[in-house]
Design a protein. Structure first.
Length: 284
């Protein structure tokens, strides 16, 4: 068996694609859609934890790794929010409910929702499609609200039209007791009366107390400046987690394409505490 950093061994059947039926497709932004998937029996394909990934495939077209964006607390289906950016994703975006794909997983480790994060005040920081991996964690925390402290969610994108899951954010997250949501877009836009500015700058404006554990996901340049802002604000890198799932390829440590130094993103991640990333070679 292959080693799996989600707390045990990768089961042999994890490598075998399962047939999934698309039951719903939601258009989030002009280039992002969320796909709801179940097995042919109408049930959830497999169990996972927040932060884990799965391979989605259309036979004859391609296969790629995507974050599972639905929470494990959802017992009926799994969801994937997919940005249109290539041959496979273009094909997926042209599919309709009722069509079949294949899915295999889960892969990688997860955010430590039952250990290091439990009982903590949490600050989620996301940019663009980077909200997708964090959505699973956020909904897990909200479904187990009594197990966590205060929750702050800072999310930004290029424009109002590029904010994914906006309906859920406004109608569910923002209305949950103990949860504060801060939205921002990069530039002024007609119809937008919220904050305007880049996520790292808004983060410094908000002046959060350092009694929080931080989960960050977004474009690499955003993460770089967010980490710098957090350090300036007094956060330690041991308080910050991120995910590097975009670097995962085979998922089981065989192809070596995600290897850097002594680490494999697929076996040791994709979720890392930021002080662990500092231990990797500079070229990472």
């Amino acid at each position: 068996m292959c080693e799996c950093s989600c707390g045990g061994k990768t089961k042999p059947d994890t490598l075998i694609p399962m047939i999934g039926v698309i039951t719903d497709i939601r258009t989030e932004t002009p280039d992002v859609k969320t796909f709801r998937v179940v097995g042919r029996d109408g049930k959830k394909l497999f169990e996972h934890m927040p932060g884990q990934c799965a391979f989605v495939s259309v036979p004859g077209v391609g296969e790629a790794m995507f974050s599972i964006t639905s929470s494990p607390t959802n017992t009926e289906f799994q969801e994937f929010s997919i940005k249109r950016c290539g041959t496979l994703t273009d094909y997926l975006h042209n599919m309709t409910a009722g069509e079949e794909i294949t899915v295999r997983g889960p892969y990688g480790n997860s955010f430590p929702v039952e250990t290091a994060l439990k009982g903590q005040n949490l600050l989620f920081i996301a940019g663009g499609i980077g909200l997708a991996p964090l959505r699973s964690v956020i909904n897990y925390v909200l479904d187990k609200r009594d197990s966590y402290g205060a929750v702050d969610i800072l999310y930004g994108s290029r424009s109002m039209d590029d904010l994914v899951q906006l309906k859920e954010i406004r109608e569910v997250w923002a209305k949950t007791p103990g949860v504060d949501v801060y939205l921002t877009i990069d530039r002024e836009q007609e119809g937008w009366d919220g904050h305007v500015g880049f996520v790292p700058s808004y983060l410094k404006e908000l002046e959060f107390a350092t009694d929080k554990t931080v989960l960050v996901c977004g474009p690499p340049i955003m993460i770089k400046f967010v980490l710098a802002a957090l350090t300036e604000m007094g956060f330690d890198k041991t308080q910050v987690y991120t995910t590097l799932e975009l670097r995962m390829k085979c998922g089981v440590g065989k192809c070596g394409r995600c290897n850097i130094g002594s680490k494999y993103v697929c076996k040791d991640g994709p979720v890392f505490r930021c002080d662990e990333i500092d231990e990797l070679p500079p070229e990472y």
